[in-house]
Design a protein around this ligand. Structure first.
Ligand SMILES: *[C@@H]1O[C@H](CO)[C@@H](O)[C@H](O)[C@H]1NC(C)=O
Ligand SMILES: *[C@@H]1O[C@H](CO)[C@@H](O)[C@H](O)[C@H]1NC(C)=O
Ligand SMILES: *[C@@H]1O[C@H](CO)[C@@H](O)[C@H](O)[C@H]1NC(C)=O
Length: 474
């Protein structure tokens, strides 16, 4: 199995990639040796298999206290830096999953460390207020310096929350209140995508829903597109038209059952359900349906928000003047919450309420994250790095069509399908032992959720490793 690996250094920070096809087999993705993230490591470094002996010992310990069967391995966050996650056995892995998509600018970013070292900021980190009743004096100012700086078009009102699921749940409440119902149980929302975290609505692992009662809320199918898109234009248009019809049918059907559809909820890319994409035209038409029937349009950007698709909000790609009534966020935004139009303001105090309503310390960190994103042009970087990643995936797909299909993505928000769950999980496990952390979604997809400081360099590093894995896969 002859193959060459050539480091190709172009001056400056440029990373050049050429794909060489040698011996009809392996793909060699050439990369510059130079690293353009100064606090990053220069590559994976593996010492044991993962989970290693120390992780297994800790699993036993934790399992005595709680069910720890979901734990993959234990981490050493002090040693983790940039795009690299270090585990307790000293293995250093290129992290393309970044804590389920929630690390915006890499581990231990120097700008965030600096922020925490400012004595003026200490009090914000150690005194957590009940924001709904006793906010700090600079609360409004800090919201303006963080969330409002990146508010989606037309949405100047914001309420913070502590996590993604409570962001969605409270956004649903705001929509019902907007409808001013006396009896909420006779009103429903249609979910075209199902967001991470809300038990009644998520496509996230079926086991999340086991034994938990759920509402009778209608679910309309998200389009399942055929790839490559340019070869299936007509089929995909039909698929999208069919899904839109289903949405309208559901609205009518529920009305007959005396249940009013108050809103429609959708993710720009349906994440947990298998990274499903739809055309911008699909979203425009869905928006039209909400207007026609007077329902609210909630865009769930918990997973897609914060820049990984190349725009700060994925729904900006649709090019709509009035894209959303409510936008939920969390993960890369550090704090959870939702933006909404003026008319969705709760009509009294305590109507949208919990003890913390977010955390000012997270707003402070978000302000710094936004600074870094702007200063380092990270949205353009995500677009470029995503192109390199997707081009490499398409290439691997052409070479290993029995293992990889439907390679797709926007920015670094990429994914591909494997033949089945068993193969998918095996690929993820092998990659981990070779120093790459990947995540799964849907029933057989692998998804990429790197940080915003993931560059071409990291894409090629991954492609080299994964190409070897595919060549050896049995
Ligand atoms: C955090 O520290 C910086 C730098 O000293 C200061 O400008 C900023 O006002 C502080 N933020 C808060 C919320 O105190
Ligand atoms: C990222 O942005 C910086 C600053 O604009 C630029 O110098 C660099 O080439 C970009 N890298 C990629 C991979 O786009
Ligand atoms: C899964 O896919 C692999 C690769 O195509 C195949 O060898 C295997 O039999 C499949 N397993 C199941 C359970 O379908």
């Amino acid at each position: 199995s002859a193959f060459l690996r050539i480091g190709y250094l172009f001056w400056g920070e440029f990373v050049i990639s050429l794909f060489l096809f040698l011996t009809g087999h392996r793909l060699i993705s050439q990369t510059a040796a130079k690293i353009d993230v100064d606090f990053d490591y220069d590559g994976p470094l593996m010492k044991t298999e993962v989970p290693g002996p120390r992780s297994r010992e800790l699993m036993k310990q934790l399992n005595g206290i709680q069910n720890a069967e979901a734990v993959h391995f234990f981490c050493n966050y002090q040693e983790s830096r940039g795009n690299y996650l270090v585990d307790v056995d000293g293995n250093r892995m290129l992290d393309l999953y970044s804590q389920i998509s929630s690390i915006p600018i890499g581990y231990s970013h120097p700008s965030l460390i600096k922020l925490l070292q400012q004595p003026q900021n200490l009090s914000t980190f150690i005194n957590r207020p009940a924001l709904g009743i006793l906010p700090p004096g600079n609360f409004a100012e800090k919201l303006k310096e963080s969330l409002l700086l990146v508010a989606p078009k037309g949405l100047q009102q914001v309420i913070t929350m502590s996590c993604g699921s409570c962001s969605n749940e409270n956004a649903f409440k705001a929509i019902f209140m907007w409808y001013r119902f006396s009896d909420i149980s006779s009103f429903v929302l249609i979910f075209v995508f199902l967001g991470l975290g809300c038990l009644a609505t998520t496509h996230s692992k079926a086991i999340h829903k086991l034994d938990i009662p759920s509402f009778d809320w209608p679910i309309a199918p998200f389009p399942r597109l055929k790839y490559p898109l340019e070869e299936f234009v007509k089929e995909n248009q039909q698929e999208e038209a069919h899904c839109l019809e289903e949405v309208e049918d559901l609205i009518v059907k529920y009305r007959k059952k005396k249940k009013i559809v108050a809103g429609i909820v959708i993710e720009p890319i349906q994440s947990e359900g298998g990274d499903n994409h739809a055309s911008d035209d699909f979203f425009r038409k869905l928006r039209d349906i909400t207007r026609k029937h007077g329902c609210a349009f909630l865009v769930d950007e918990v997973q897609t928000g914060g820049g990984c698709t190349g725009k700060f909000w994925a729904h900006e790609h649709w090019g709509l003047d009035d894209p959303a009534d409510v936008v939920t966020f969390s993960k890369k935004m550090m704090t959870g919450g939702f933006f909404h139009k003026e008319e969705f303001r709760p009509d009294g105090p305590y109507r949208i309420f919990n003890t913390w309503l977010g955390d000012p310390a997270k707003n402070l960190m978000l302000a710094e994250v936004i600074n870094v994103i702007k200063r380092e042009d990270l949205l353009n970087n995500a677009t470029n790095a995503g192109k390199a990643l997707l081009a490499g995936l398409l290439d691997l797909q052409a070479r290993y069509p029995h293992l990889i299909s439907r390679a797709r993505g926007r920015g670094t928000f990429c994914s591909f399908d494997t033949p089945n769950d068993t193969t998918r999980n095996k690929l993820i496990a092998i990659a981990r032992n070779k120093g790459v952390v990947l995540g799964g979604c849907g029933d057989r997809s692998i998804r990429f959720r790197p940080t915003l400081i993931f560059k071409d360099h990291h894409a090629h590093l991954f492609l080299n490793i994964f190409s070897d894995i595919l060549a050896d896969f049995k």
